[in-house]
Design a protein around this ligand. Structure first.
Ligand code: MLT
Length: 207
C-alpha cells in the first residue's frame, strides 16, 4: 500500500522562529477538533492539525484497531511512517521548522504520537499526550539522544487503561532518556480543564 496524504489545517503564527503544535484528534474526531483547545496555549505556535487516514465505521482514526484497546500494530507502524513522511513533505511546503514540532494528541491521537516517539525518537521536540496508552505490546528500542520532554495526563478512572499500565509506559520511556511528566487526574477518558491548565504550564516552562 502506498502512503496517502492526510487532510490538514495549517495556521501560521507569522514568526519564522515559532514552534509548531501537531494536533492529533481522538477516534471519531477530525482536524477541526483540537484547534480551540490549542488556542489556550497562546498565539506563539504554528498549528498543524491533521485527520487520521483510517475509518472505523465512518469514524476517523490514525490507525486500525482489532478491538477496544487492541491495536493492529502492523497498521500502526505503517500509519506512523505515512504520517512522518507527510510531515517531511508539508514542512517545507507550509514553511515551518520540522525540528520544532511538538505533538499534542488525545486518546487515539496520543497513541500515534507515542508511536512517532518510539519509531522516530529524535523527530519531535516534545509531546503532550492526553489519555495515552502504550502503542505497542512490546515497546521497540527507542533511545533518544535529546531527553525529549513529554507531558502525559491520565484519568484515574479511565476504563481503557489502568494507572499501573501508564506508569509502566512512562517508566520505559524514561529509561530510554525521554523526560516524562505523568499526571493522574481525577476523571475518566474525557478531557477536563485541569488537562489544559497543566499542559499550558508545562509548555510554558518547557519551551
Ligand atoms: C485507541 O484506539 O487508540 C485507544 O483505544 C483510544 C481510542 O479509543 O481512540
Amino acid at each position: 500500500m502506498d502512503f496517502q496524504p492526510l487532510k490538514y489545517i495549517y495556521q501560521s503564527a507569522g514568526n519564522p522562529e515559532a514552534s509548531t503544535l501537531l494536533l492529533l484528534h481522538g477516534t471519531g474526531g477530525n482536524e477541526n477538533d483540537l484547534i480551540p483547545l490549542a488556542k489556550n496555549f497562546g498565539n506563539n505556535f504554528n498549528i498543524l492539525s491533521v485527520r487520521g487516514n483510517v475509518l472505523e465505521q465512518g469514524m476517523p482514526r490514525f490507525f486500525r484497531r482489532l478491538g477496544l484497546g487492541v491495536f493492529d500494530e502492523k497498521d500502526l507502524q505503517f500509519r506512523t511512517h505515512e504520517l512522518v513522511s507527510f510531515l517531511k513533505i508539508i514542512a517545507p511546503k507550509e514553511g515551518f521548522d520540522l525540528s520544532k514540532l511538538i505533538a499534542l494528541g488525545y486518546s487515539n491521537g496520543a497513541n500515534i504520537a507515542g508511536s512517532i516517539l518510539l519509531l522516530y525518537p529524535d523527530l519531535l521536540s516534545g509531546a503532550i499526550m492526553f489519555r495515552p496508552m502504550s502503542p505497542y505490546k512490546v515497546l521497540p528500542t527507542c533511545k533518544t539522544e535529546h531527553g525529549t520532554p513529554i507531558f502525559m495526563s491520565s484519568g484515574l478512572h479511565d476504563g481503557m487503561v489502568s494507572p499501573e499500565e501508564i506508569k509502566a509506559y512512562k517508566d520505559t520511556l524514561t529509561k530510554n532518556n525521554f523526560n516524562v511528566e505523568l499526571n493522574y487526574l481525577n476523571t475518566g477518558h474525557n478531557l477536563i480543564q485541569d488537562d489544559i491548565s497543566m499542559a499550558h504550564d508545562w509548555l510554558k516552562t518547557t519551551f
